[in-house]
Every structure is written in structure tokens, then in C-alpha cells.
Design a protein around this ligand. Structure first.
Ligand SMILES: [Zn+2]
Length: 482
């Protein structure tokens, strides 16, 4: 655990949540966005934990986005690269329960190199020869290895200007990956916003191509059974343009993987993933709301995700993030979290005793965050299940901490890039003491071996006076911390 981990996580989650909600119109020139709805249902079961894959970025001087990050509405090279892989991850990899994350610790500085071979093409160009490893790629891989030699996990990714053939002409290749060449997995990605291999829109989507290359690094080959890359997928039935690993490459709509493909990428090179037995912050679960209910009526009441982080060992609390779909209104809205700490309906009380609309049995504890005046006022109360009903507890501040956060999105025009708030969310930190003191069972197993059942509910009023309620997930769901 390093001191800078928390801000990194915070930034990462903010960026992640921004991207989940991004309006996905065709990308404006120079500023890429994912091109369609990112609220993907997961393929893998809910009780399968997320795994983190760290991206060890490197870049070559000479690529336009690296020389001038403002072309992509970013302030720095790090943001160009980080946001690219966040978009790539959210377009495709959350369905496999894989989060593409930041690199933790003292070696988190991205590598920036001069082109080691200026004899062919412009500075920043990389020579390719079909899908084989060329000398220039090998030289670059060594530079990256040396830069990241203290960082054992993750994928080395190298952002370059354009791929060229040995005679200097432009190559049709957009990205290229090596699953496990020697000891190192790595990939190259071109600056596709500026040097697409064709004039089709799909070839300009760096995130899709990047997501496809990550699939190769993790052991997937083309879904047409093409075994020329790294392996033979055997997924010939899924070789359509919807599949991220389509043999024809990535398209603007390709994102669907099949469950077996997820299994492969999560297991084939398990050592690339951030170790699960570490003490660092990690996402336990990301629960979608299920069916959308009333997004148009009042987005801030519309919950669409609940994220759970296990920080009990590290900081002594369980963190929950309640994602709303919009900005807090002047009206009062209640956000509830109902917890069945032992996933046992025989302990605790029915949730409807504390929040109308709940049908959850066995609720041991409830947290209410009341938000009003556009988020400038909020009040948090912790309730424990008593003999007959739920009791509010004083000294709440010591046991539960909450905060409101605003996520912003970049909007670009030909003249400038500006940022606008797109949605706000509520973070709740439940301290270990709260979990143990106010459970009906008296003794809570903080490894939650039996599962932790959870549901969040929002209750508020729309601008037209309509009373609204939303739930995430749609039914109370048990999650496991390991
Ligand atoms: Zn490919």
C-alpha cells in the first residue's frame, strides 16, 4: 500500500463513472468517445470477483496525441493514455469482470521515449512485417521492460504514431499484440485518430482496437479460428462483427465476448493480474440496476449501479458507491443502503420496516443519506435492526462516513475543450465497528463467508411532482468479498 493509492483509485473511479454514462454520439474530430451505450450486463456470474489488470503505458515522441494532449481534450500524456484504456475497458472488459486499472506504487510513471529507429518513416512510426516481431518492436519492448522493471504485473502498452512497412509506406495494421513472447506480454497501438488505416469510422476508434489487442495479450485469438496470431480460439460460431475478437478486427459496435472467452482471458495468464491476496483496495462487485425505470423523469433519483469495495483489512471499512444517472436537484432525495450482513433471512428485520418499497428479508443494518439543495446539504443516518424495528444510532459520524462526488465529462468543439458535470454519486464508508456493533447477529464474520446481501434504494420527487423510487440491483443480491 502506498500513500498515493487512494487518489489514484478516486480518479480512476471518477473517470470510470464518467465513461459509463457518456452520451455516445459519433465522436467529434480529435476527441474520441465510445460510440454506444456502455451500461453492459456482465457475462460472468455476479459472485465472480473483479480482477484488475494494470496498464503499463509507454509512448513515443512524434505521435500527435503524445506531442499535444490537448488535441484529445486532455491535459497530459498520462491522461491521454489512462483515458484510452479506461474507455477500452468499459467498452468491453467489464463483462468479463476485468477492470483495466492504473499502475500502483512508485513505478507508476509512464515511459516516454524517442523513436529508436528513425531510418524508416517519421519519428514515432514503427516498422511492422505481417504479425511478426520486428527489430524496432523488440528494441522498444526492451526500453519498456527496463522502464517497468519494478512492476511485476500488468500489460506493457506502447502508443506509437503509425505502423509502416519496411519501405516506409503506411501499413493496414492498427495495433499488434504479443501474448507471451519470451516473458513479456505487450501491445502496440497507433495514433488512430490521426492515422487511421482506412477512412472508415471504425478504424478511427482507438479504444476498440486497443480492447481487441488486450484480448490478444490475454490469450484470445481471432474468433474466426485464425491461429496465426497466438492460438486457435475455436470460436468460429461467434465470428461476427459484434465480437470484440472478430477476425476482421474491431468495429464500432464490437464488444460482445462469449463466456468461454472471458474464462480464457481470466485464467490463461493469471500472473498478469493484480494479486487478489494483496491488501490494496479492490472492487468486490459492480451491480447494475437491471431494467432502467425512469431516467427521463429525474436522473438523479435514477440509480444505475452500486459498487462495493473491500477496504476492511486496509483501512477498516467497507466502501459503497451509489451511482446516480444525473445531478442532484433542489428537492430532497433519500438514498438507502440495506445490508443483510450474514445473508441470513432469520436474523435482522424486513426492510419495509425502515424504507417503504423494500421487500428484503433479514436486513441487519440500513444507511440513509438524505441529499437536498443540489447536493449542498446532506445528512447520514445509520440504523441497526432491533427487537421490533430499526433504531437510529447516534455517534454515526464515527461509524459511517459519506461524501458526494461530481463527475465531469469533456466536451470538445473546434475551438476548445470544456468540461461539464454529468452526474453525481454518493460514497459511503461503513467502518468495521459499525458492522460488528449493530448487527442483529452480534458477531459478524468480516470475511462475509456466507455472502453479504445488499440493495440500494432511492426515493425522491421529479420536477413534475411525481414520486419516484429506484433500486439497484433490482432484487437484493448476495455478493462475496473473495
Ligand atoms: Zn487481432
Amino acid at each position: 500500500m502506498t500513500p498515493n493509492t487512494y487518489p489514484l483509485i478516486r480518479f480512476w473511479i471518477c473517470a470510470l463513472t464518467v465513461l459509463l454514462i457518456s452520451a455516445c454520439d459519433p465522436p467529434p474530430p480529435g476527441c474520441p468517445h465510445c460510440s454506444d451505450d456502455l451500461q453492459l450486463p456482465s457475462i460472468l456470474a455476479d459472485d465472480i470477483p473483479f480482477r484488475t489488470l494494470e496498464m503499463k503505458w509507454n509512448a513515443l515522441n512524434g505521435a500527435p496525441s503524445i506531442d499535444d494532449p490537448s488535441l484529445l481534450c486532455e491535459d497530459s500524456i498520462d491522461e491521454v493514455l489512462l483515458n484510452r484504456h479506461l474507455r477500452a475497458g468499459l467498452c468491453n472488459w467489464t463483462q468479463c469482470k476485468i477492470l483495466l486499472g492504473t499502475v500502483f506504487g512508485p513505478t507508476s510513471n509512464y515511459g516516454l521515449f524517442n523513436d529508436p529507429d528513425l531510418s524508416v518513416g517519421a519519428a514515432g512510426d514503427v516498422v511492422v512485417h505481417n504479425t511478426s516481431l520486428t527489430q524496432e518492436m523488440e528494441d522498444l519492448a526492451i526500453l519498456c521492460d527496463n522502464h517497468w522493471n519494478m512492476q511485476p504485473t500488468g500489460i506493457a502498452a506502447i502508443a506509437v504514431r503509425e505502423f509502416v512497412n519496411a519501405d516506409g509506406s503506411a501499413s493496414p495494421i492498427n495495433g499488434i499484440a504479443f501474448a507471451n513472447s519470451g516473458t513479456r506480454p505487450f501491445l502496440f497501438i497507433g495514433d488512430l485518430e490521426f492515422f487511421p488505416s482506412s477512412h472508415q469510422e471504425m478504424q478511427r476508434n482507438t479504444e476498440r482496437i486497443l480492447a481487441h489487442e488486450i484480448g490478444h495479450v490475454l490469450g484470445l485469438c481471432h474468433a474466426n479460428g485464425d491461429d496465426g496470431v497466438a492460438c486457435n480460439s475455436g470460436f468460429v460460431d461467434f465470428d461476427d462483427f459484434g465480437n470484440l475478437m472478430s477476425g476482421a478486427g474491431s468495429t464500432a459496435n464490437s464488444r460482445t465476448l462469449v463466456e468461454d472467452q472471458c474464462d480464457i482471458v481470466r485464467t490463461r495468464y493469471a500472473d498478469l493480474f493484480f494479486p487478489l491476496d494483496g491488501t490494496r483496495s479492490r472492487i468486490v462487485s459492480l451491480m447494475d440496476e437491471g431494467t432502467e425505470r425512469f431516467a427521463s423523469a429525474d436522473n438523479s433519483v435514477d440509480l444505475y449501479k452500486t459498487m462495493v469495495f473491500d477496504q476492511l483489512a486496509e483501512r477498516g471499512y467497507l466502501k459503497l458507491l451509489l451511482g446516480t444517472n444525473g445531478l442532484f436537484s433542489p428537492r430532497k432525495t433519500e438514498y438507502w443502503v440495506l445490508l443483510d450482513l450474514d445473508n441470513n433471512e432469520n436474523t435482522g428485520r424486513n426492510g419495509r420496516l425502515i424504507v417503504e418499497g423494500s421487500d428484503q428479508e433479514g436486513v441487519d443494518m440500513a444507511v440513509k443519506v438524505e441529499v437536498s439543495e443540489n447536493g449542498s446539504r446532506s445528512n447520514t443516518t445509520l440504523y441497526g435492526a432491533g427487537e421490533r424495528d430499526f433504531q437510529p444510532h447516534s455517534l454515526t459520524r464515527e461509524l459511517v462516513r459519506s461524501g458526494l462526488f461530481t463527475s465531469e465529462m469533456y466536451v470538445s468543439s473546434e475551438k476548445e475543450c470544456t468540461s461539464v458535470p454529468v452526474f453525481q454519486e454518493i460514497e459511503i464508508n461503513l467502518l468495521r465497528e459499525a458492522l460488528t456493533r449493530y448487527s442483529d447477529t452480534g458477531q459478524v464474520d468480516l470475511s462475509f463467508a456466507n455472502g453479504l446481501k445488499i440493495q440500494t434504494i432511492s426515493i425522491g420527487t421529479a420536477a413534475n411532482g411525481e414520486n419516484l423510487m429506484d433500486k439497484s440491483p433490482e432484487r437484493p443480491r448476495a455478493i462475496f468479498l473473495q
